[in-house]
Design a protein around this ligand. Sequence first.
Ligand SMILES: Cc1cc2nc3c(=O)[nH]c(=O)nc-3n(C[C@H](O)[C@H](O)[C@H](O)COP(=O)(O)OP(=O)(O)OC[C@H]3O[C@@H](n4cnc5c(N)ncnc54)[C@H](O)[C@@H]3O)c2cc1C
Length: 440
Amino acid sequence: MTYESAGEPTRIVVVGSGFAGFECARSLTRRLRGTDARVIMISPRDYMLYTPLLPEVAGGILDARFVTIPLSEALSDVELVTGRVDAVDFDARTVHVTDCEQGVEEVAWDRVVLTPGSVTRLFDIPGLAEHARGLKSPAEALYFRDQLLTQIELAERDTDPRVADARRTVVVVGASYAGTELTAQLRALADEAASRRNLDPAKIRFLLLDAADKVMPEVGEKLGDKVLEVLRSRGIEVRLGTTLTELGSEHVTLDDGTVVPTRTVAWVTGVTAGPLVDTLGLPTEKGRLTVRPDLSVDGHPDVFAGGDAAAVPDPKNSGSITPPTAQHAVRQGRALARNVAASLGVGDAKPYTHRDMGLVVDLGPGFAVANPLGIRLSGFLAKVVTRAYHLYAMPNAANRWAVAFAYLTDLIFPRPLVSIGLVTDSESRFAAGVEIGAQT
Ligand SMILES: Cc1cc2nc3c(=O)[nH]c(=O)nc-3n(C[C@H](O)[C@H](O)[C@H](O)COP(=O)(O)OP(=O)(O)OC[C@H]3O[C@@H](n4cnc5c(N)ncnc54)[C@H](O)[C@@H]3O)c2cc1C
């Protein structure tokens, strides 16, 4: 069974603890139970981040801890190494790992599974990296919560009305599900803050921009129209076919030349594969690592990849690759486990395939849209389905419990208006090493 290193257990190294890596490691330990294989996961984080609920962390409904799944608890049979993989040596079969104190280590593998995910895609827009923030980490989510509450507070005592207005203006760029959910959650937090301060909520301005001409194209035209209607009914200005040309510390400039004074800018326009992919010297497609239908890398039968970092052929859409979603990452994680185990003689390999389960999108108080299995839902019913789905999909009982109680608390009590202020400026900035590409 473990024929790789005579006398030594087979070492399967999984790089990354996101949806794909987590699911792969979890399924591998089950598939290889009873063999002498060792599953080793290497990630800079000791948790798996449940990203779909980050907007609710930003909106103050959930604690950041609730959406971080502790690896030590959820993957108790996996050996965990906390560190970043900087390089993979395909001849020596090792990965080079750096830990948080810059200690380095070589970790040997017989199979390596590359799932380093993605980072926010930046464009070459002056001031973007300095003045905007993304939404890929708990620190970024907490930044938005704290920034919004702090700016509302400061605006109240500002003697210059123009500065006060800038403090009360939030610009979100990117109207796909993540940016739209973030806007809706921050709007709800701002409304709560306004009502406690006897402030007209209309004084807190929200602008949601997108270069495309639709909001949330992922949910189709009918639900997209409903979303637009709800956002506008909440006083959110939605400007489609619009993006930014420049950002400063106290303003942004739109591409029609309008200058909008603001101190809070969210950049949620999409992702690009994690920087590790560029270092591998392997073929890529749209910046993602090219893999075969069975998720192995051509010419390297012992190297596998999946999730946002990989260009996985989409069997349902010939000639395309699967979009970077958690739904695909989880299933690719399972497919990776199956095919890695098969490469060790346990079970049979199969090409990646999937069935579209639809999307759930929470849009703040009493409203969501969802299209489970193609059935279009909106309003309160969609809200119930959305919350139930997240509780079901969360891969750890303690996290599920915490989120369920936070939802219950949200039904009974107003949103807490607390900016704890533990996130430093550098922690909330875009991940180091993000690619600056040409604007398309
Ligand atoms: C705000 C937000 C909301 C979203 N909502 C949804 C949703 O509702 N539905 C949906 O389907 N998708 C959603 N997504 C998309 C989804 O989060 C991604 O598609 C998914 O996380 C991809 O999983 P992954 O495992 O490929 O990568 P990731 O989840 O990005 O995980 C990558 C992992 O690799 C680690 N890593 C990175 N570089 C290295 C390295 N060099 N060495 C070691 N480890 C490394 C990272 O620390 C991380 O643990 C959302 C994304 C965001 C940001």
